[in-house]
Ligand binder design. Structure first.
Ligand SMILES: CCCCCCCC/C=C\CCCCCCCC(=O)NCC(=O)O
Length: 738
């Protein structure tokens, strides 16, 4: 390289002034043409995207009009009367299911009734993006094959725009994805169709799906069915508006920060955000792929909890496990769903960042009273450091400092609902930091700094790894607090406030702490509408703080909210969806039944509990050393024959002799300790002895209940955490961490 530069330099030196001018001209010309080409390409792309958006808008409008004409024809032919539509769309899910199963109504009739109602709701809220044309054919085939009825036979379902259906664009509100129709069908849609469901409409989302205002330049703004001037929440806002308006009985959305729960709370329906990995996410528009610290999950939305239950039963089936082997093959566990016992339920109305508004507080307190009246114990709970949690969540989900959003939007129309954020992402970092500082001073809201600084993302892989570690530590601390309080479940506000007017979300992001917490933790959470805002809630704003700009905004934007729906979140430990699904609030009984799960280090704990594990070196510290253990074992005078015999037993034989009582846990432990010490002398394989293994073995021998691993000694890799033992990974750094 050096030589090349020297040669070029020499060449340049020997060039005449005219030659130099030519070289400079060529370089400058090439650079300018390159820049001009780029600019031209940029503006051409912008023009092309605008054209694509216009075409798509036209296409979607026409598809709705065509459907309306088609349905009008049916109505004028009296194949479907207004009364029939009204009757069908007012049937509760279970009744609709029964009538479809018995053949009292046909799949086509139900489809037409819901199409009519959905178009009505759409006129009020603009919640539908596109009509699914194949619905008619699917419904017809359901009726023709009525002898083979799946559990969802003939049930029309609505899908968030991000669910892939072959032939349809999945845009997430971004022009970049226009004219790129999906080829594969979303896995959940395949499973639902196999169960007999009829997908019939697609619903609106926010641009980029990372905010809770439902608006984008392609499909426009979705309104709340209770007040179209207010937001329906997001990102699954189109779904919630449609369901709460009565235009769909079962819908599907997704959630990485509250997208299933915020809209259910704001529109007044219910939703379930399952544990990530319980339902397949194959076939979602995966914009943002690559970020795996906090993951999105799909989930159902409905008017009633029963519908969510039936839906989960239909989804947790071998077909889904086959189509997506990455999901945990856990079927719907009826035993948890049916279990009836009194629970310890944590609750809070204030998460320590932004106090929830009076209506949201009352909703939680009313559910608390209801649960107490049924004999459950309600325990006040303070979530662990919400500022830290927010920092971790935002840093993880915007780890690239918003780069991918800025990039994908560079030739797109930016929706006004996210334009400030996008502008902030584009600022030079020093300017951005100053804006955050000034913002903090003006708003007097410390969360401004937390959100603001976290949107800068991470600077290096090391920082990303540290972030991953901090998230794990946060999860551990939260779980410890949950366990210390002996909780089975938790109730908390559905959000910090009820539906706010359009255009206010960019100034009111703080409310999301109530939902993002359970995405960071990956705890399943359901939201259910439990009440409506009353005048007393508005009056109670007198006791709501007004110290920060955010608090003032909450007051300002909620003052005319009487009648709006209010939800509550029901949270459980990972993989306990069945428990939450049993929650039925208000006019129905709340029946949360719970089965506690083990914690993160469950494998080590279970094994130690069952067995009486072995080994250790304590490097001359106060603990029992290898030499002392050897002495102790010698004193037991175990015969060579016994040692040989026990060691020669296969796992199954050993298990059988322990279970039958022919061998005791202590016998087996001692023999394996002798052998392990012998192997250690040759290989230095043991790091430390588990000090109380013999006591554990004795205790197991005296217990009458025998687990399947009763008495089996196990060795444990040094990195498995056990209280009192350092997990060093071979590094001094961790030596004092026990
Ligand atoms: C496209 C850029 C958007 C920038 C908007 C920034 C405002 C972000 C404030 C807080 C972040 C928390 C987001 C919470 C909304 C939840 C959205 C969600 O869950 N989406 C996932 C999905 O739809 O699957």
């Amino acid at each position: 390289m050096d030589r090349m530069i020297r040669t070029l330099w020499k060449q340049w030196d020997s060039d005449s002034p005219k030659e130099k001018k030519i070289v400079i001209g060529v370089i400058a010309g090439s650079y300018l043409s390159y820049r001009a080409g780029k600019l031209l390409h940029h503006y051409y792309k912008k023009y092309e995207n605008n054209q694509k958006i216009r075409r798509k808008q036209e296409e979607c409008r026409e598809s709705k009009e065509k459907l309306e004409e088609f349905l009008m024809e049916k109505k004028s032919l009296r194949t479907i009367s207004r009364e029939a539509v009204q009757r069908i769309v007012s049937l509760p899910f279970n009744d609709l299911q029964t009538e479809l199963q018995s053949g009292k109504i046909t799949a086509v009739e139900v489809l037409h009734a819901y199409q009519i109602k959905a178009l009505e709701v759409d006129k009020l809220t603009n919640c539908i993006t596109e009509v699914i044309w194949e619905a008619e054919e699917i419904a017809l085939s359901r009726d023709l094959n009525a002898n083979k009825k799946g559990p969802l036979h003939g049930i029309p379902i609505s899908l968030k725009e991000s669910y892939m259906i072959p032939g349809y664009d999945c845009t997430a509100g971004l022009a970049f994805y226009l004219d790129k129709p999906a080829e594969q069908e979303n896995v959940l849609v395949q499973v639902l169709k196999q169960a007999g469901a009829v997908p019939f409409v697609r619903t609106n989302i926010p641009q980029g799906m990372m905010t809770y205002e439902c608006s984008n330049p392609i499909h426009g703004i979705t309104g709340n069915p209770h007040d179209p001037n207010r937001i329906p929440g997001g990102s699954s806002g189109g779904e919630a508006a449609l369901i709460a308006g009565g235009g769909s009985i079962l819908g599907f959305g997704s959630d990485i920060g509250g997208s299933l729960r915020i809209p259910a709370h704001m529109c007044g329906c219910c939703s379930l955000k399952p544990t990530v990995g319980r339902l397949s996410d194959k076939g979602q528009n995966d914009f943002g792929t690559g970020q795996t610290l906090v993951n999105a999950t799909p989930g159902p939305m409905a008017a009633e909890v029963d519908t969510l239950v039936s839906c989960m039963k239909c989804l947790l089936v071998p077909k889904m496990f086959h189509l997506d082997p990455a999901v945990s093959p856990v079927l719907f566990r009826n035993e948890i769903y049916e279990e009836k016992r009194k629970l310890n339920i944590g609750f809070y109305v204030d998460d320590g960042s932004l106090k929830s508004n009076p209506a949201c507080q009352r909703a939680v307190l009313e559910v608390k009273a209801m649960l107490e009246s049924q004999g459950h114990t309600l325990i006040p709970f303070e979530p662990v450091d919400i500022s830290k949690m927010t920092e971790l969540f935002i840093k993880a989900t915007f780890a690239d400092g918003g780069y991918s959003f800025v990039d994908i939007l560079s030739t797109d129309q930016v929706d006004p609902t996210i334009s400030n954020t996008i502008m902030a992402f584009k600022m030079p970092k020093w300017l951005y930091k100053m804006v955050v500082m000034v913002g903090r001073l003006l708003t007097k809201d410390h969360m401004m700094t937390v959100f603001g600084n976290s949107f800068l993302g991470v600077k290096s892989i090391t920082e990303y790894w540290d972030l991953a570690l901090e998230i794990e530590e946060y999860k551990t601390e939260f779980l410890k607090k949950w366990r210390d309080n002996k909780l089975d479940a938790m109730i908390c506000p559905g959000f910090a406030y009820t539906a706010i007017p359009h255009g206010t979300v960019q100034y009111l992001t703080s409310g999301v702490t109530y939902t993002i917490l359970y995405n960071l933790l990956n705890y399943p959470a359901g939201t259910l509408k439990v009440t409506n805002v009353k005048q007393q809630d508005i009056d109670n704003f007198k006791d709501y703080p007004s110290n920060t700009y955010t608090e003032k905004l909450v007051k300002e934007n909620c003052k005319d909210s009487v009648g709006l729906p209010v939800g509550v979140q029901f949270v459980g430990l990972p993989y306990q969806e069945e428990l939450k699904l049993t929650l039925q609030v208000m006019d129905r009984l709340i029946r949360p039944f719970w089965k506690p799960d083990e914690d993160r280090n469950r494998s080590a704990k279970i094994l130690c509990g069952v067995v009486a594990a072995v080994y250790i070196s304590n490097q001359g510290k106060t603990k029992l050393s290898k030499a002392q253990l050897e002495e102790h074992l010698k004193g037991k005078e175990i015969s060579t024959n016994t040692i040989k015999r026990i060691l020669s037993l296969s796992f199954k034989e050993l298990q059988a002799e322990l279970q039958s009582g022919k061998l005791s846990a202590v016998d087996v432990l001692n023999v394996y300790q002798i052998k392990a010490l012998e192997v250690d002398k040759r290989t230095n394989c043991i790091t430390e002895l588990v000090q109380d293994s013999e006591e554990r073995a004795k205790q197991l021998d005296s217990d009458r209940k025998k687990g399947p691993l009763y008495g089996i000694p196990v060795s444990i890799k040094e990195t498995y955490t056990m209280p009192g033992y350092p997990c060093t990974g071979g590094m001094m750094f961790h030596f004092d961490e026990k």
